[in-house]
Design a protein around this ligand. Structure first.
Ligand code: DX5
Ligand code: ZN
Length: 227
């Protein structure tokens, strides 16, 4: 299977934000052994969102392992003016990079930089940004990331009012654009998101926060109808 095909099926994307940072490599190995192929990396700058999290070094550190297992590094930039950092993350080995619609006046420029740097491009929207915000950029993206919590922290409950936006996005976007849901994805929220048209299901605490992440991954994949 080509790498790009990874985004055509429904997939659960474990978010390493919830992993034990002292053993990220083995945490990733555990979920990839259980079938995960898309690994989600949450980058936070202390400005766009209050916390500071992961930088390009972690992407670089995971690249070899994820590539060797036929996987995909899905980088979610929760940073101001993401266009200034795209090249760094692309160079570190990101396969897809999503920028926030709210984080720059130059979304089009940022998306094109992502593609020029050889990655699939995504645009993320927070819960208060309408789905229609992505209409103008729709032909230029591979991923529409619909935040289902407010960005910045793992472990928050799913916001049900974001679900109609997934349906709305499905109506705006071509079928080859994957809709990614992120935040509060658990076995009981994944199904409704799948029904609404989501294809990528980011899961942090419901995978790495569980006593058996591999089993939690499998249960979530089943609930999402993912491969
Ligand atoms: C939140 C991040 C998420 C986070 C999700 O700002 O974008 O990717 O890891 O965590 P859970 O799955 O615990 O809600
Ligand atoms: Zn994320």
């Amino acid at each position: 299977m080509s790498q790009a095909e990874l985004l055509r099926d429904r997939r659960v994307a474990p978010s390493i934000l919830a992993a034990d940072f002292a053993r990220i490599g083995s945490a990733v190995e555990e979920v990839m052994d259980a079938g995960a192929r898309v690994i989600h990396v949450d980058v936070m700058d202390g400005h766009f969102v209050p916390p500071i999290s992961i930088g390009p070094q972690i992407v670089e550190g995971l690249k070899g392992q994820v590539d060797a297992a036929g996987g995909w590094l899905d980088v979610h930039l929760m940073i101001d003016r993401p266009e200034r950092h795209v090249t760094e993350f692309a160079g570190a080995g990101a396969d897809s990079i999503s920028v926030h619609f709210e984080a720059t006046p130059h979304v089009h420029l940022a998306v094109h930089k992502v593609r020029e740097d050889g990655c699939r491009a995504g645009v993320a929207i927070t819960p208060s940004t309408p789905a229609s915000a992505l209409a103008a950029i729709a032909p230029d993206i591979d991923i529409a990331l619909c935040m289902t919590v407010n960005p910045g922290w793992g472990g928050q409950p799913f916001l049900p009012e974001t679900l109609p936006k997934v349906t709305e996005l499905r109506g705006i976007l071509d079928d080859d654009v994957a809709i990614e849901v992120d935040g509060g994805i658990e076995t009981h929220t994944a199904g409704p998101c799948a029904d609404a048209g989501a294809r990528l299901f980011v899961a942090g605490s419901s995978v790495f926060g569980q006593p058996d992440p591999a089993e939690a991954y499998r249960q979530l994949a089943e609930a999402a109808g993912a491969v």
